[in-house]
Design a protein around this ligand. Sequence first.
Ligand SMILES: C[S@@+](CC[C@H](N)C(=O)[O-])C[C@H]1O[C@@H](n2cnc3c(N)ncnc32)[C@H](O)[C@@H]1O
Length: 293
Amino acid sequence: MFALNRQHHCLNWVSTFMKKSKICSVGQTSTPLPFLKWAGGKRWLSDRIVELAKPMKGRYIEPFLGGGAVFFALKPDAALLSDVNAELINTYRAVRDNHEKVLSLLAAHHLAHSKEYYYQIRSYKPRCVYRKAARFIYLNRTCWNGLYRVNLNGQFNVPIGTKSAVLMPTDDWPALSALLNSAQLICGDFEDAIAQAGKGDLVFADPPYTVKHNLNGFIKYNDSLFSWSDQIRLRDAVLSAKRRGARVIVTNAHHESIKDLYKQHFRLESVSRASVLASSAIHRGRYQELLIS
Ligand SMILES: C[S@@+](CC[C@H](N)C(=O)[O-])C[C@H]1O[C@@H](n2cnc3c(N)ncnc32)[C@H](O)[C@@H]1O
């Protein structure tokens, strides 16, 4: 009974909050913005990728989904979305299947947010898929820089950040949910998703960036390693997909080792973006990435 009252209170509160801040609550935006902040996110490059991707004929396949910037910008009719991060995939499934439930739980986090509350929720392990999803979105929006990092036991361990807005005027949950409705969501390794690409499909792959000469040959990402041999495995997987008649777009580090990996069978394009990471103006500038198609 208490839980029902609490949910009712949150839904009322959400509706007042939406009216006051003119939030799109009924799927009003034609292109909804991604709802997660994700390291290496491609929101800055999504216009160019959408241009390359259109016209879409077959299925859109994105094996490193992260924040899904390109999926939400492209709005394909049918998609296979995949990532190795199980909590991430659970979150997309929950938003797809019952965004009202996720939103009411998120509103409760919004109302209760404080430093103490953040650390309580960070150590809390809900079992219900919707509670898990609301916790994931809450932590993503209030942790340091939207980072996702887990310790050796798989527990999220990013400290609280400077942002405190959990619900945002730009969220269009009904539109996000409607778009996800056309998607099959899978948790797993990229090779399994790419193996499903056939004639007319489009694969967009945005892997963690690793280059060959890194001190120990790999970098740490999430709770697993994305090694140089994973980069070779990815190249082989997209090349096989291309040979089966799929179109392929890959983003990666602008580095000789990556160029060598792809130059024989793919077209390479340099794209540059303003660096927002450097703390001093002297170090801020533009840096290059590679668009492979
Ligand atoms: C650079 S991010 C993708 C960002 C995304 N394009 C966006 O716009 O937000 C890379 C993603 O690859 C996932 N990943 C890492 N290793 C993977 C693997 N072996 N198979 C599938 N996904 C993997 C990570 O969980 C992460 O979400």
